[in-house]
Design a protein around this ligand. Sequence first.
Ligand code: NCD
Ligand code: ZN
Length: 433
Amino acid sequence: MLLLKNARVVDYISGLDGEKDILINAGEIISISENITENAERIIDCKGLTAIPGLFDMHVHARDPGGLHKEDLLTCSEAAAAGGVTGFLCMPNTVPVIDNEETLNYLAEKAKTCKVKIYSSCAITKGQEGKEICDIGRLKKAANGNFCIAMTDDGRPVKSARVMGEAMIKAGDEKVLMISHCEDMDIAGGGLINAGIVSIKLGLWGLHRSSENIITSREISLARDLREKVHIAHVSTKEAVAEIRSAKAQGVGVTCEAAPHHYTLTEDKLYEKDADYRMNPPLRLRADIDAIIEGLRDGTIDCIATDHAPHTPDEKYYFHTAPNGVIGLETSLAVTLTFLVHTGKLSMFDIVRLMCVNPRKILGIFGIKGENGGSIAIGHTADITLFDPYEEWTVDTAQFKSKSRNSCFKGMKLKGRVKHTIVNGNVVYSFAP
Ligand code: NCD
Ligand code: ZN
């Protein structure tokens, strides 16, 4: 038994926000009450700490297989645990691409040795080439049918609207989530950063916002016309937020996520010409940040996902040729607390809704007994994140569990620090200064 004493428990589902003790037995929460005196094997004094359901990150590039110099499933799960993330969804742009049963089985086996709960997406099209749609009926059954729960060509868009529409229907039939990386490659045309003042001043080819906006509109049209569902990954423009808001009001089956860098940093960061600030979609403008924050507040944006995209320092060395992407698992909670909660823009309940409850609900894994957290309630699996909301620290990438160092929050002072991460009632991470 594990006993957590005097934590401020914040649970969006039950509406609980109060100082409680939590008793855990055999991986399950068996009691939540004011003063539990049970003789547990381990007692953690949580005075000053906040307890929320473990975070779930639905957009993670674990680089396994094929990119093990950047990250692997084990280091990725260590990074997750250090960030208070008790479960995540892998993206399929690996080598080989996750478009076959063998790779899914390999990953599912490896996931069993990891500290946190891991699920995978598979590609929409073979080799992410945009042509032949993967046999999702078969892939879904891989690894005992409980591992491949989404389809996406993330890293790339699906070029053909016809192919995307057909894939949406297949994903709907098989009840797996269709996730779209919205980008029009003809418009993007190899741009390096947001198309705007900074790209003009630096003389760089820009990634125009219409590249994202056009494909977001296309996916919404398809979902509406086909009466299917689509989840839009990493929303970064105010126009996309507005489009999704109006689609939702019309009852279209669209959900979406935003990444921490997109609600905190602007394209001005690119003046430093440091590739650790380059990702896709790129950092944009203050007006986009404001629209994303409003979207997080009013439910237009359903959840927060990091788009954790590790690349090595060598790969990130040259600004112009570096690949896009930033890591995010070890900073997402602290960044969100610092920029959105401590500034009064979001409440602690919002954090739980956006980072713990909704990702699981969107993926259809909320509250599956014995598998997933999502709520601190009696009978629920004990997947819990404990953090000090007021502790200040400076992001030192040398301390990261991730193999990579490409954080766009490096050197930044943040307020809020993960202290313990609990999965199935086991403490899988404790902060040690
Ligand atoms: C992602 C990666 O590195 O896999 N990079 C990123 O900037 N988000 C792929 C992608 O979505 O472009
Ligand atoms: Zn993407």
